[in-house]
Ligand binder design. Structure first.
Ligand code: ADP
Length: 547
C-alpha cells in the first residue's frame, strides 16, 4: 500500500467551536432559561465562556478521561459544557433526568462521575439521591449566585462564580482523536442502562455526515430549535452540526408545552425544529387552535419513534411545513437515516411524497444498513422482504462502556451492530421500520407491525394516541390489542374504531380488543413504553379467547 502524504491532524470537537467563533461569529444561541427569561449571545461569545469553563474545570482538578455529568435542559450553559468538558479531554456524561431513580443511581455510579452540573430544577431530585451516589462527588448548579437554591445541595458550587475571572481564551490540547468525548446511557427497557461512549473522531465524522443532509434546515440562514434534549442521544447532533454550519440555535429550556414552543418559535423565527412525535402532538394542537404555523417555520425533523402518517399529512398539507422523518439510535451517534426525498419526487404529488415520508428514510453518509433473516442471511433490498436491521459505520458503537455482558449479543460475527429493529429496504434505499423485534405481534406464525397498526388507527380523527401490544391467544399465539386515548370530548367506541380500520388493514391484523385509557406510559426518551403496557394488561383476557 502506498501511503498518502498528508498531515495526520486529529479530529477534535474543540475545532468545531473554534471554527464557529472564527467563521460564524455572529450566529446566535438563544436560550429560554430556567430563570424564566431569554438569554442570547453569539458563537464568538460562547467560545469565550467555554474557554472560561474549561479553565475552571482544570482548576477543579478534572483530568483527561474523567467523567463530568450534566443533568440539565437545553440551554447555553449545557452547550458550553459539551465543548468545555470534551475540549480538555474529559468525558461529558449527559444524564436523562427522566430515568427511574434506580437507573439514575446506577448511571452515576457506573460512570464514576466526578462532578455533576445541574439546572436548579433538578436540585431536589439529586438531593434525594445523594446518599446513594459516590463519595467525593461534587455538584455545580448552573445559575448565578442570586439564583442558587437555598434548599438542597447547599454545598454546591455556583456555575457563574466558577467562570468569573477565568481567561476567555484557551489553546486546546490535542490528543488521540479516538479518545472518549461523551457518554450517554440508553434508557434500557430491561436491565441496566447501557453506555455509548462516543469519541472525538466519531463525533466529528457524524457531524460532517449531517452536513451532507439536504433539506434539514441546517444552513447559516436557518434558526434551528432542538426540542430533542441535549441529554437524549446528543440532541441528534444539533449542538455540533449547527455551530459548524453557522446555523443559529434556539434552545427551549424547560418549557416544552405546545403553547410555549409556539411562542418561542414565533418570537425567535425558528425555521427548523427537531423532536419526537409526542412533542409535535402538543405543538400541532396549538397550531390548530390558532389556525396557523409560527411564521417562518419551514421544516420539522421527527424521529425517536415512528412519525404517524396523519401527523406528517397535517404538517405538510395544512401548514406547508416539510417533514423529514429520521431514524437512529443513541448507539449510532445517533442518526442512521433521514427521509429526505430525491429531487425526482419534486414534481410528484404531495400525496406520493407524504407516503414516502412515512418511511424512515435513506441511510446517512457513513452508515451501512443490512437486513437479515433469522439465520443471519442477507435479505434483498426489494421493499418486500423484512428482517432484523444491522448497521455498521464510524459513528456506531463497537461495545458498551464497561459492560461486556450487554455487548455480548449486540453484534453479528462480522461486527455489525444489531439494532433490534425489524425493517424493509427498497431498491432506492428507503428503509421502513416495521417494528422493534420485541414489539412485533406474532399471530399464527405471521407478523403484525404494531407501528403500522397504531399509525393506521391514528388516522381516526377522534383518536389522539394509540399503542398496540400482543396478548397471548391459545389458537394464534398472540393477537393484537389496541389501547387508545380519545381526543377530548369524544365518545368513539371499540366498534367505531374497528369499522374505521376495516379495509385499511389486512383482515387478520384487526385488533381483537380496543380499549380506551386517559394516559399512555412513555419511556424516559418519549417512546411508548410497551413493557409497562404489557405489565399493565397482563391479566387482560382477549374477548376472542374461546371463540
Ligand atoms: P433509547 O434511549 O430510548 O433507547 P434511542 O433514541 O436510542 O433511545 O432509541 C432507538 C430506537 O428508537 C430505535 O432502535 C428504534 O426502535 C426507535 N426509533 C427511532 N426513530 C424511529 C423512527 N423514526 N421510527 C420508528 N422507530 C424509531
Amino acid at each position: 500500500m502506498l501511503m498518502g502524504q498528508m498531515m495526520d491532524r486529529p479530529l477534535m470537537i474543540s475545532s468545531i467551536i473554534d471554527y464557529a467563533a472564527d467563521y460564524h461569529p455572529n450566529a446566535e444561541i438563544v436560550s429560554a432559561r430556567v430563570e424564566g427569561d431569554i438569554h442570547r449571545y453569539t458563537y464568538r461569545e460562547a467560545r469565550e465562556r467555554i474557554a472560561q469553563l474549561a479553565h475552571a474545570l482544570i482548576g477543579l482538578g478534572v483530568k483527561p478521561g474523567d467523567r463530568v455529568a450534566t443533568v440539565a435542559w437545553n440551554g447555553y450553559r449545557h452547550f458550553e459544557l459539551y465543548y468545555a468538558i470534551s475540549g480538555i479531554g474529559a468525558v461529558c456524561h449527559t444524564i436523562n433526568p427522566r430515568l427511574f431513580r434506580d437507573q439514575l443511581i446506577y448511571v452515576v455510579n457506573h460512570a464514576s462521575d466526578r462532578l455533576i452540573f445541574t439546572d436548579a430544577t433538578f436540585v431536589p431530585l439529586l438531593e434525594g439521591l445523594r446518599e446513594e451516589l459516590p463519595d467525593g462527588l461534587r455538584f455545580v448548579v448552573m445559575a448565578d449566585r442570586d439564583a442558587m437554591p437555598d434548599q438542597g445541595l447547599v454545598d454546591a458550587l455556583c456555575y457563574e462564580e466558577l467562570l468569573e475571572g477565568q481567561a476567555t481564551d484557551i489553546e486546546w490540547p490535542e490528543f488521540d482523536e479516538r479518545a472518549a468525548a461523551s457518554l450517554c446511557y440508553t434508557s434500557g427497557t430491561t436491565g441496566n442502562p447501557k453506555g455509548s461512549l462516543f469519541s472525538h473522531r466519531s463525533t466529528l465524522l457524524h457531524t460532517m455526515g449531517m452536513l451532507a443532509i439536504d433539506g434539514g434546515g441546517i444552513s447559516p440562514r436557518d434558526r434551528l430549535m432542538p426540542v430533542v434534549p441535549l441529554f437524549h442521544a446528543n440532541s441528534w447532533g444539533t449542538a455540533y452540526t449547527c455551530p459548524l454550519k453557522g446555523t443559529s440555535l434556539v434552545f427551549p429550556g424547560p418549557n416544552m408545552s405546545g403553547e410555549g414552543l409556539f411562542d418561542l418559535m414565533q418570537a425567535e423565527k425558528v425555521s427548523s425544529a427537531w423532536g419526537v412525535p409526542t412533542i409535535w402532538i402538543g405543538l400541532l394542537a396549538r397550531m390548530r387552535e390558532l389556525g396557523r404555523a409560527p411564521d417562518g417555520f419551514k421544516v420539522v425533523i421527527i424521529g425517536g419513534s415512528a412519525a404517524p402518517e396523519p401527523m406528517i399529512r397535517e404538517f405538510e398539507t395544512d401548514y406547508g411545513v416539510s417533514v423529514v422523518h429520521g431514524w437512529g439510535m443513541t448507539e449510532m451517534s445517533p442518526i442512521g437515516s433521514l427521509g429526505v426525498l430525491e429531487p425526482k419526487y419534486d414534481s410528484g404529488s404531495l400525496d406520493e411524497r407524504i407516503v414516502l415520508k412515512t418511511a424512515q428514510g435513506r441511510r446517512m453518509y457513513g452508515v451501512d444498513l443490512k437486513i437479515v433473516d433469522d439465520d443471519g442471511n442477507r435479505l434483498p433490498h426489494d421493499g418486500v422482504a423484512f428482517g432484523e436491521l444491522l448497521v455498521r459505520g464510524h459513528g456506531i458503537v463497537s461495545g458498551y462502556f464497561e459492560d461486556e455482558a450487554a455487548a455480548a449479543n449486540s453484534f453479528d460475527d462480522d461486527g455489525w451492530f444489531r439494532t433490534g429493529d425489524v425493517a424493509r429496504i427498497d431498491a432506492d434505499g428507503f428503509m421502513s421500520v416495521v417494528d422493534r423485534t420485541k414489539d412485533v405481534v406474532k399471530s399464527g406464525g405471521e407478523w403484525i407491525s404494531s407501528i403500522d397498526l397504531e399509525n393506521t388507527a391514528l388516522g381516526h380523527p377522534e383518536l389522539q394516541e394509540c399503542a398496540v401490544i400482543g396478548l397471548p391467544h391459545p389458537k394464534w399465539d398472540e393477537r393484537p390489542m389496541l389501547i387508545a386515548i380519545r381526543v377530548a370530548g369524544s365518545t368513539v367506541t371499540d366498534a367505531d374504531v374497528r369499522e374505521f380500520l376495516e379495509g385499511k388493514i389486512a383482515k387478520w391484523w384487526m385488533p381483537d380488543d380496543v380499549v380506551f385509557v386517559d394516559e399512555l406510559p412513555h419511556t424516559a426518551t418519549g417512546k411508548l413504553s410497551k413493557l409497562t403496557l404489557r405489565q399493565q394488561f397482563k391479566d387482560h383476557v382477549l374477548s376472542t379467547v374461546g371463540e
